[in-house]
Design a protein around this ligand. Sequence first.
Ligand SMILES: NC(=O)C1=CN([C@@H]2O[C@H](COP(=O)(O)OP(=O)(O)OC[C@H]3O[C@@H](n4cnc5c(N)ncnc54)[C@H](OP(=O)(O)O)[C@@H]3O)[C@@H](O)[C@H]2O)C=CC1
Ligand SMILES: C[C@H]1O[C@H](OP(=O)(O)OP(=O)(O)OC[C@H]2O[C@@H](n3cnc4c(=O)[nH]c(N)nc43)[C@H](O)[C@@H]2O)[C@@H](O)[C@@H](O)C1=O
Length: 329
Amino acid sequence: MRAPELTPDARIFVAGHRGLAGSALCRRLRAAGYENLVLAESSEVDLRARGATARFLADNAPAAIVLCAARGGGIAAEAAQPADFLSDNLRIQLSVLDAARALRVPRLLFLGSSRLYPRESRQPIRETSLLSGPLEPANHTYAIGKFAGMAQVRAVREQDGLPWITALPTNLYGPGDNFHPTDSHVLAGLMRRFHEAAQTGAESVAVWGTGTPRREFLHADDLADACITLLSHYDRAEPVNVGTGRDISIADLARMIADTVGYQGGITFDPSRPDGTPRRVLDIGVLTALGWAPRIRLRAGVASTYQWYLNSLALPRPRMAVRGHEVVR
Ligand SMILES: NC(=O)C1=CN([C@@H]2O[C@H](COP(=O)(O)OP(=O)(O)OC[C@H]3O[C@@H](n4cnc5c(N)ncnc54)[C@H](OP(=O)(O)O)[C@@H]3O)[C@@H](O)[C@H]2O)C=CC1
Ligand SMILES: C[C@H]1O[C@H](OP(=O)(O)OP(=O)(O)OC[C@H]2O[C@@H](n3cnc4c(=O)[nH]c(N)nc43)[C@H](O)[C@@H]2O)[C@@H](O)[C@@H](O)C1=O
C-alpha cells in the first residue's frame, strides 16, 4: 500500500492538540500549509467517552487523525496511579480508534512510546526489539496500555485494509510541556526545580534516582516534523522509532539544565526515587531513510524551552500557559 497523499485542504484531527506533541504538530502542520485542522479540548470532547467521540468524528469527518491525546506524566505519576493511566489511555484509544474504524478514516497515526521496549534492550534499540524481554517494572502498566493501541492499529490494517501507522517517540520536551513538580517528565521537572532554586538561592537541588540512567531527548518540533514525514511517506505495519540516536545521563542533563537556568548551588541525588530503565536510546534508521532528521540540538533546545517557560510564567494567572503550575502554585 502506498501512503495516501494528504492534500493541503485535508481535514486533520490532532487529538490532544494542546499538549506538548499536539501543539507542536499544529504549529508544524500550519507552517506546512495544512490549515484545515480539526481540534477539540478535553473539556469539549472527552475522548474517553465513546458516544461523544463517535459523534465528534462523524460530524467532522477527518481525512487523517494523529492521536496525541493520552494521560501521561513521567515515572513517578505513572507508578503512583497505574489504574488511572491504564483506564484512561485504553478508553481514549478504544473510543478514537473504534470511531475512526467505523468511519473508515483513511489515515491515522498513533503515538506509542519508547517506553514499550524491554528494560534491558540492546542499544541503540531497533523496532525489532519489541516484546523481546521484560518491561521496566516501575511504570509497566502505562506501556501495556500503549501495546493495546499499537495492536489495534495493526489489527485494523489487517482486517479493514486501512493504512494506519504507529510511531514510537523517545522522551520529548519543549514548549507546552507539563511542568508539574512531581507529575512531569524529567527535563521539565528538573527545569522547574532548578529555576525555583536559582530564584530562592537554595543551597542544593535533589535529582531523583542515582543520575546514572541514560535517556534520549527529542524536541517536540522535531517530533512534529517526523509525524508529517510518516503521514506523507510511510505505510507499513511495523512501528517506527522517533528519536535523536544520542543519549545523555540524567546527571549530565541535570548539570546542563542547572547551567541553562543559572543555578550555581549543589546537586544531590536521591536513590530512594526510581531510576527506571537503565538506558534508552533509539535506532532511527527507518525514519531517517524517509528523509527526516532531528534538527534541534539538546543544549539549544533546553535553552529555548527555558525561555518559553520564563515567558509563560510572566503571563497573568488566568492565561497561565505553563501546565502543572495551576495545580500547585
Ligand atoms: N512526553 C513524552 O515524553 C512522550 C509522550 N509520548 C506520547 O505522545 C502523546 C502525547 O504526549 P504529550 O504531548 O507529552 O502529552 P501531554 O500530556 O502534553 O498532552 C496530552 C493531551 O491529551 C489530551 N487529553 C488527555 N486526556 C484526554 C481526554 N480524556 N479527552 C481528550 N483529550 C485528552 C489533553 O487535552 P487537554 O489539554 O485539552 O486536556 C492534552 O492536550 C501521548 O500518547 C504520549 O504517551 C510518547 C513518548 C514520549
Ligand atoms: C518518555 C517515556 O518514558 C518515560 O519513562 P522515563 O524516561 O523513565 O520517565 P521520566 O522522564 O519521568 O524519568 C526519567 C529518569 O529521570 C530521573 N529523574 C530525575 N529527576 C527527575 C524528576 O524530577 N522528574 C522525573 N520525572 N524524573 C526524574 C528518573 O529517576 C528517571 O531515571 C515514561 O514515563 C513515559 O512517559 C514515556 O512515554
